[in-house]
Design a binder for this molecule. Sequence first.
Ligand SMILES: NC(=O)c1ccc[n+]([C@@H]2O[C@H](COP(=O)([O-])OP(=O)(O)OC[C@H]3O[C@@H](n4cnc5c(N)ncnc54)[C@H](OP(=O)(O)O)[C@@H]3O)[C@@H](O)[C@H]2O)c1
Length: 251
Amino acid sequence: MTSVVIIGFGNVGQHLFQAFEEVSGASVVQVYSRKEQLDLDDTPITNSLQDLTEADLYILAVPDDIISDFSEQLPFSNRLVVHTSGSVSMEMLSEENRKGIFYPLQTFSKDHEVNFKEIPICCEAVYEEDLELIMSLGELISDKVVQIDSEKRTRLHLAAVFVNNFTNHLYHLSDSYLKKNDIDFDLLKPLIKETAIKVQTLSPFEAQTGPAKRKDRKTINKHLELMEDREYRKLYRSLTKSISKTHGKKL
Ligand SMILES: NC(=O)c1ccc[n+]([C@@H]2O[C@H](COP(=O)([O-])OP(=O)(O)OC[C@H]3O[C@@H](n4cnc5c(N)ncnc54)[C@H](OP(=O)(O)O)[C@@H]3O)[C@@H](O)[C@H]2O)c1
């Protein structure tokens, strides 16, 4: 049984807690949170670093910009401490403890359920036996556990920003454009779903459709006229250019 302390009970901390609760082989022996009023049944909670209990693994699920300082404040040494960030290098963790990474590649929001079995967990550690422990722990909750170094993880995170954050921002822009024009965003949901499903079997290159790929200048110009906002036009032009360049057509 691997004992785990989860430090930080936000989006990731809460989902990890839930995932470990559902399997045997791992036990969350304590949660650190600044909020004392959490109700976690039998799991002890602390808001004091001095009271952190002994465990096989400490998972730092705190914001990226405090990971380094936070790891320096841990009041023990030579224990295994990992963080869950896609973009922070393992080197940023304190030298006082054994370092590692446990990065679940998914977007997490507190009140939105996820199926951990489908979530890739990217692992890294300085020592081989720590890596084995981290990966075995990952395999309890996920079917896809991979070893990947900090440089590749950061590049993977960058790609994740493109497919998730940028795409979602485009959803938001569409939503707000449709609202202004009194059209229901729900009408786009089957298209959003199909776009995501299609790249499970086709490459994104093969799956591309639309006026930019077809070099359909008439439609493109019409679209540009329908946008009052300069920022929208700028983005539309830039993405159109990128698609047409990718598909070998100059517009
Ligand atoms: N969200 C995602 O989709 C996602 C996906 C993969 C990886 N990650 C990574 O996972 C890590 C955590 O992200 P998250 O989305 O779970 O963040 P989050 O929801 O903001 O939660 C962060 C947690 O850290 C605590 N915290 C913040 N500042 C603190 C401080 N100064 N001292 C002590 N505790 C502090 C917060 O406590 P309070 O509640 O008391 O403020 C909260 O419990 C980050 O490294 C992130 O890059 C996130």
